[in-house]
Design a protein around this ligand. Structure first.
Ligand code: ZN
Length: 177
């Protein structure tokens, strides 16, 4: 069953999501939310990451698609889970990056993002880890932690535009954008 992605006017996208007690990470409830997030993300051809509020769950979890970590010619793509993520360090250097969101269909805009970001989080087994990212992944970290604080990219972008119908069709077909 395909899971609907919550759209931008839903209040769950505008509130602060709650942290998960570490002892609950391995509970069936949390594990099933993580599975639902991966399923919902998989169904979106252009999706690279998803935050729990986007499936209507106000908890501090986001999942990054394995596509982001795996070379294109490799078969196995494992999604990466970030629970109670905290950005610990941001580069001074910023750049304007094109951005869209599965909860803000079908709009694009450019957002000023830090080029590098260091995040600390728990994985789906309850183990703490640190990840240093740059480029697309650093952008994803900033976009997704914003979601957990009730912030959407359209709150930050200053040139939001609607995609052309042809561009939308292309995404729906799964062509590379
Ligand atoms: Zn988003």
């Amino acid at each position: 069953m395909a899971l609907d992605i919550v759209q931008k006017d839903n209040p769950v996208l505008h509130e602060k999501a709650q942290p998960i007690p570490t002892k609950d990470i391995q509970s069936e409830k949390i594990q099933s939310i993580i599975r639902d997030m991966s399923v919902a993300l998989e169904a979106q051809h252009d999706g690279v990451a998803i935050a729990a509020p986007q499936i209507g769950v106000p908890l501090r979890i986001f999942v990054v698609s394995g596509i982001v970590f795996t070379p294109e010619d490799e078969e196995k793509k494992t999604d990466m889970v970030f629970i109670n993520p905290e950005i610990k360090k941001l580069s001074k250097q910023k750049e304007r990056m094109d951005e869209g969101c599965l909860s803000v269909r079908w709009k694009y805009g450019s957002v000023l993002r830090h080029k590098k970001a260091t995040i600390v989080a728990y994985d789906e087994h309850g183990k703490s880890f640190t990840y240093n990212a740059s480029g697309l992944l650093a952008q994803i970290f900033q976009h997704e932690t914003d979601h957990l604080d009730g912030v959407l990219f359209i709150d930050k972008a200053d040139d939001v535009r609607d995609l052309e119908p042809e561009e939308i069709e292309k995404i729906k077909r799964g062509d590379d954008a």
